[in-house]
Design a protein around this ligand. Structure first.
Ligand SMILES: *Cc1c(COP(=O)(O)O)cnc(C)c1O
Length: 342
C-alpha cells in the first residue's frame, strides 16, 4: 500500500463525477460540456485564461509538452532524478525528435540554480544542443518542495537564459497542500509556462491535464495529442473528474490527507532507532534508510514500498486512500519486527 500513490483506487468524488458524466450520447473528442467545464474549472483554479488539454498519463503529458516547447536540436535541463529522465523511457526525446536532456544535480531532488547556469553557459557554439527548456518537478521525485521564493528565482533564471519553464506536476496538488499558497503563486506568477497537472495520483482513474499559461506555446498541441494517440474519443471520462474534484475541493483535500498521512508515517518509522530520515517530509512521500533485514521482514509481511527511487533508499508513499489505522498497524508491526530482528 505504500509503494506508490498510483496503487490507490479511484476516490469517491472522481468516481461520482464519471458516473454523472455517464449519461446518454455526448459529442466525442472533447467537444462536450464536461470538457468545457473542466477547462473553465482549471482557469478558475489558476485565476488565468490558460489553455488546457487532457491526456491519458504523465509520460505523455510531459513529453508532449516538452516537444511543444522544443525543436529537435534544443535541450531540456532538468534534475538528474527527474521523472522525464529516469522513468519515461526516452519519451521526451522521442516525441521531440531528439531533443537532448541535460542533467543537473541538486539537494533533495531540487535543481541547483548555479548548476543550471553552468550548464547553459558551458557552451554557446553550434555543436552543443541549445538549452531551451528548464524542467522542474513540484513536488519533487524525493517528496520535497520548491518554495514560492525558490520558484520565482527559477522563473527568473529561465527567463534570463531565454528558456521556457516546464513544471512536472504529477503531484502538484500535494505541493499546494504542503505550501498552503494559491495555485497561481506556484505556477504562472513564478514564470511557469506549462504545467503537467497530475490527476491519477491524486485519486482519478486516469488522466493528466496539460496546462499552458503561455498560450502561444499551445499552438497545434491538439494535433500532437492526436498523433501521439493521446486524444481520447470519450474525453468526458478524462475531463469530468476534474470538474468534480475541483468544484468540491476534493483535489486539495486528498492531497492534504496524503501529506498528513506521510507525517504520521514518518513518526512511526522514526520511532525505530535504526531508521534514519533521508529527505524532509514536505508532501506525501517518506524517504528513509532502514536496515536490509527490516526491509526484507516488512516486505515478507506484505508491506510494499520501493527501494529503487532516488538514491536507493526506501520510499513510502501515501495517497487519498491511506488510512490512519493502516499507519498505526504498520507502526506496531514495524516495532515488533525491529525488536525480533535484534
Ligand atoms: C508518476 C509520475 C509521472 C507520471 O507517470 P505516468 O506513469 O506516465 O502517468 C510523472 N512525473 C512524476 C514526477 C511522477 O511521479
Amino acid at each position: 500500500m505504500f509503494a506508490s500513490d498510483n496503487y490507490s483506487g479511484i476516490c469517491p468524488t472522481a468516481w461520482l463525477a464519471m458516473e454523472t458524466a455517464n449519461q446518454q450520447f455526448v459529442n466525442s473528442y472533447g467537444d462536450d460540456k464536461w470538457t468545457a467545464k473542466a477547462c473553465d474549472a482549471l482557469r478558475d483554479f489558476f485565476e488565468t485564461d490558460c489553455q488546457v488539454f487532457f491526456v491519458f498519463n504523465g509520460t505523455a503529458a510531459n513529453s508532449l509538452a516538452l516537444a511543444a516547447l522544443c525543436r529537435s536540436y534544443h535541450s531540456v535541463i532538468c534534475h538528474e532524478m527527474a521523472h522525464i529522465e529516469t522513468d519515461e523511457c526516452g519519451a521526451g526525446e522521442f516525441f521531440s525528435n531528439g531533443t537532448k536532456i541535460l542533467l543537473v544535480p541538486g539537494e533533495s531532488g531540487k535543481i541547483n540554480p548555479v548548476e543550471v547556469t553552468k550548464t547553459v553557459q558551458r557552451r554557446s557554439d553550434i555543436h552543443y544542443p541549445k538549452p531551451k527548456v528548464l524542467s522542474i518537478t513540484q513536488a519533487t521525485e524525493l517528496g520535497t518542495l520548491y518554495s514560492p521564493d525558490e520558484l520565482t528565482q527559477i522563473g527568473d533564471l529561465a527567463r534570463n537564459h531565454s528558456m521556457h519553464l516546464h513544471m512536472d506536476g504529477a503531484r502538484f496538488a500535494n505541493a499546494l497542500a504542503g505550501l498552503d499558497v494559491s495555485p497561481k503563486e506556484l505556477t504562472w506568477q513564478a514564470g511557469v509556462d506549462v504545467l503537467t497537472f497530475g490527476g491519477t495520483k491524486n485519486g482519478m482513474a486516469v488522466g493528466e491535464a496539460v496546462v499552458f499559461f503561455n498560450r502561444e506555446l499551445a499552438t497545434e498541441f491538439d494535433y500532437r495529442c492526436k498523433q501521439a494517440g493521446q486524444l481520447a474519443s470519450k474525453m468526458r471520462y478524462l475531463s469530468a473528474p476534474w470538474v468534480g474534484m475541483l468544484e468540491s475541493g476534493a483535489l486539495l483535500q486528498n492531497a492534504i490527507h496524503a501529506n498528513h498521512c506521510a507525517q504520521l508515517l514518518a513518526k512511526e518509522l522514526l520511532s525505530v532507532p535504526t531508521i534514519k530520515l533521508i529527505h524532509p517530509v514536505q508532501s506525501n512521500a517518506v524517504f528513509v534508510q532502514l536496515p536490509q533485514s527490516l526491509v526484507d521482514a516488512l516486505q515478507d509481511n506484505g508491506w510494499y514500498f520501493y527501494t529503487f527511487i532516488g538514491s536507493g533508499h526506501a520510499r513510502f508513499m501515501c495517497s487519498w486512500q491511506t488510512s490512519i489505522n493502516d499507519i498505526k498497524t504498520f507502526g506496531e508491526e514495524l516495532r515488533k519486527l525491529a525488536q525480533t530482528g535484534k
